[in-house]
Design a protein around this ligand. Structure first.
Ligand code: FES
Ligand code: FES
Length: 205
């Protein structure tokens, strides 16, 4: 069967590739582009290990035909290196023991970042519901839920009370929370990212 020519951006880089008609995005990412941070578990859309972002929305790359991604912007776990919310989540996952073998973790983090940006006022029940599509065989989920809730809690007060806050105001508001490790820049960037996502969501309502 003849291959399909597609062009897409992956983690900001333009990729022009030939794919099989039945080739899944996960296989293109891992086998073709060597982005092995995207893991494959069930291969039929159940476990969430293969979750990546397409055009800003989390999707299961094991059941997404690569050919359907022509023109799309794909972001894998490797593409979140300078993302402030992801940095806050990585730190929280480590602190809260939210991973053991780590196989589910890339997909968990992509899904968790979406929850933080989309639902700044989510409570534990909502976090559990939103994360229910990502399975973990090791942790029992409690650490994962605590990690997501801790990032939400850090941003929540400012985001809900001051939806238009700028960086100076965020720094002022967060001044009562001291951190001995980070130097605050990542924390401030994380809060500003959540605020920006909230503002975009409000503007599109
Ligand atoms: S590998 Fe894609 S959902 Fe399980
Ligand atoms: S940490 Fe092992 S599957 Fe989640």
């Amino acid at each position: 069967m003849s291959k399909i020519a597609i062009s897409l951006t992956v983690n900001g880089a333009l990729e022009q590739v030939l794919v099989e008609p039945r080739e899944q995005l996960a296989d293109l990412l891992r086998g073709g582009l060597l982005l092995t941070g995207t893991h494959v578990g069930c291969e039929h859309g159940v476990c969430g290990a293969c979750t990546v972002e397409i055009d800003g929305v989390p999707v299961r790359s094991c059941i997404t035909h690569a050919g359907s991604c022509d023109g799309a912007a794909v972001r894998t776990i490797e593409g979140f290196g300078d993302d402030a919310v992801m940095a806050a989540l990585r730190e929280a996952f480590a602190r809260e023991h939210a991973l053991q073998c780590g196989y589910c973790t890339p997909g968990m983090l992509v899904a968790a970042r979406d929850v933080v940006l989309r639902l700044p006022d989510a409570d534990e029940a909502r976090v559990r519901e939103e994360m229910a599509g990502n399975l973990c065989r090791c942790t029992g989920y409690r650490g994962i839920v605590r990690a997501v809730l801790s990032v939400l809690a850090a941003a929540r007060d400012v985001v809900l009370r001051l939806p238009d806050a700028d960086e100076a105001r965020v720094r002022e508001e967060m001044a009562g929370n001291l951190c001995r490790c980070t130097g605050y820049r990542g924390i401030v960037r994380a809060v500003l990212s959540v605020l920006a996502a909230r503002q975009r969501a409000t503007a599109s309502e």
